[in-house]
Design a binder for this molecule. Sequence first.
Ligand SMILES: [Zn+2]
Length: 519
Amino acid sequence: MDIGERLILTPPMYFTEPCDKCGYCKGTKDDPDNYYSLQSLYENAKGRSVQNCTVGFQCENMTISIYDSLCNMGYRRSGHFVYKPDLLRSCCRLFTIRTTPDHVKLTKEYKSCVKKFKHFVQANTSVKPTAKKGNAPFDYIEELTQISNDSSNDFYTRYEPAVYTDEKYELYVKYQEIIHNDHNNNKRSFERFLCDSPFPEHIKMGTEDEWIQLNELGGKAVNSTNAMREPLKRLGPAHECYYYKDQLIAIAVTDFLPSGMSSVYFIWDPDFKKWSLGKLSVLRELTLLSKTDKPYYYLGYYVEDCHKMNYKAAYGGELLDVCNSQYVSLDYLKKNDIIDHGHLFTFGKANAVEDEIDLDEKLDMRFPTLNVAEAPELTNVAENIYGYKGSVAKNQEPLEEIIETIRRYGINYNYNDYIESLYVGDDTKVSHKKRPDPATLTILPTVVPGLVPVHEILDMLETERLSELDTKLLIFDTELQQIRPLFDFYNESDEVKTTVCNVVRLLGMRLAKRALVIV
Ligand SMILES: [Zn+2]
């Protein structure tokens, strides 16, 4: 395997920070039980609080198709950092949300947003608003295509590689200062956040063909049949630059993936606030997607009890059940109060909740939609598995035994009591100023939904399945400054074995075979 095909990563790390550092709730939820992933965990908190918890790694290289899989396992990237929230312990439930162009059912607010936009961009042109044919339903795809097609207005956008320019940086600073009251910006932080990505150089820059197609697609006629959808050539990150009267007024940062389009970030000129460019950019991207062979639009994370994030419900769609790598209709979850109070969900058969399925098997299923309404045997079993009296909690003793046995293989796993690990004790006693010891960063909790469970790791150790990684997984030895294959898992150093097991916990065996781990 070519090195460019590798997933090059640092050892997985686990970060915690106080809730007031959480970008979503800022530690200011009205209802205290909303901080807890499950009702029973709140009831047994006894004054103890939770933190903002994330698992992730620094990624030096990966292919777009690996990133596609990771997105569907609940990960996101910020520059080179790939992470996912610990949905059990965190103060907020960040669910991966995806939708399709047909799932969008526009509310009045969004329709008027499109109409206003049309009015603004056509303000200086002679084009008269087209008369509606009878009572034709409002079609955002058609409306936005028409605007893109109309060369007489002063608005246009351009897709290009996600690279730094002074013009982009100036817009970023203006946006950060006025919208986020952040005056601590520099060119490097802009680049790290919105330009850098872990993809190979040729993917970052793309081909002329890819950019030409992207820039033409938005204005192409709308085809309702799937057969007319164009195979999208672009794979990789992109900046879509919005111009009005040749002035840069917004940048949409996106990743084009084999299964669709992932929205990364959007910045806009505060002088154009009334244009609602943020809302509009999502509709524009869905319009583009509707003309391609790619099905899904990934909107990042959805947070039910966070106003800044729950607007995404307006685009329809479905949330990722991170334990099963399947998606469930957001409508269904809302109607049945399943994610009320920011609670965690996972679907399963009520009587068979002991185990989670193998991560590699999940990847094979290609992240389908689970039609819960038509599968009455399935119910939300999050409380049964992870609740205060759930199966994981009941199995405390076996968990301790499992970790004990894993340690006999030289793997530095630490047992942490499941229930205790969910809380941080009296908040006033937690020192927020102390920097965490880097050595503790690589210790993962015993139970994290969506990671390979520790009993499965033990099973792999005992059946010698981990030897499958020999000669396949690569190690970059930072001391020797050398890349070498994993020779014989069982005879590696404790540090290497521990890191490899953590990589397997995060990525599953199949992706671990494509990894190059920096140790
Ligand atoms: Zn939070």
